[in-house]
Design a protein around this ligand. Structure first.
Ligand code: HEC
Length: 126
């Protein structure tokens, strides 16, 4: 007896299309919008940079590890320690923040804020 096994080709095609749709839809779902930072806007140390240092850095840089990034000491520590010299992209602070050991601590837009703050003169502004 010659029994032919018939593959449900139509079903397979429909399945692939549906699976593809779900796959791409799920990519869409997990994509996120990266906040853009305008290099022309002033980045304020006290309002923007220090709160970020408090959240992301001060747990480790709390006095015994240079630079001291706790709010009472960070500005002094960064400026006298030579971490925020120009050009900003070569500064010790920015190169550390984008280095492999430290890159995970900040988001891309936070790295940019640090870069622009240094490029704008690393002022102790509100
Ligand atoms: C989990 C602990 C930890 C966190 C969080 C952390 N650091 Fe560090 N950091 C270190 C250690 C350890 C070193 C010294 C070893 C090295 O250079 O990587 C260091 C070194 C540095 C240096 C270089 C110091 C020097 O004199 O060469 C800078 C600048 C720095 N960190 C900035 C930051 C900033 C800014 C943040 C927050 C965005 C941060 N760190 C978050 C642990 C940490």
């Amino acid at each position: 007896m010659n029994r032919k096994i018939r593959l449900p080709i139509n079903g397979i095609v429909v399945f692939i299309i549906l699976a593809g749709t779900v796959f791409f839809a799920s990519c869409e779902k997990y994509s996120f919008v990266v906040e853009t930072v305008n290099p022309v806007d002033s980045v304020h140390f006290k309002l923007v940079i220090q709160p970020m240092l408090n959240r992301k850095c001060a747990s480790c840089h709390s006095g015994s590890k240079d630079p001291d990034l706790r709010s009472a000491y960070s500005y002094e520590s960064l400026t006298t320690g030579g971490y925020v010299n120009l050009p900003a992209e070569n500064s010790k602070l920015y190169t550390k923040v984008i280095s492999s050991g430290h890159t995970a601590f900040t988001l891309p837009e936070e790295k940019l804020k640090i870069l622009y703050w240094i490029a704008q003169g690393a002022r102790n502004n509100k």
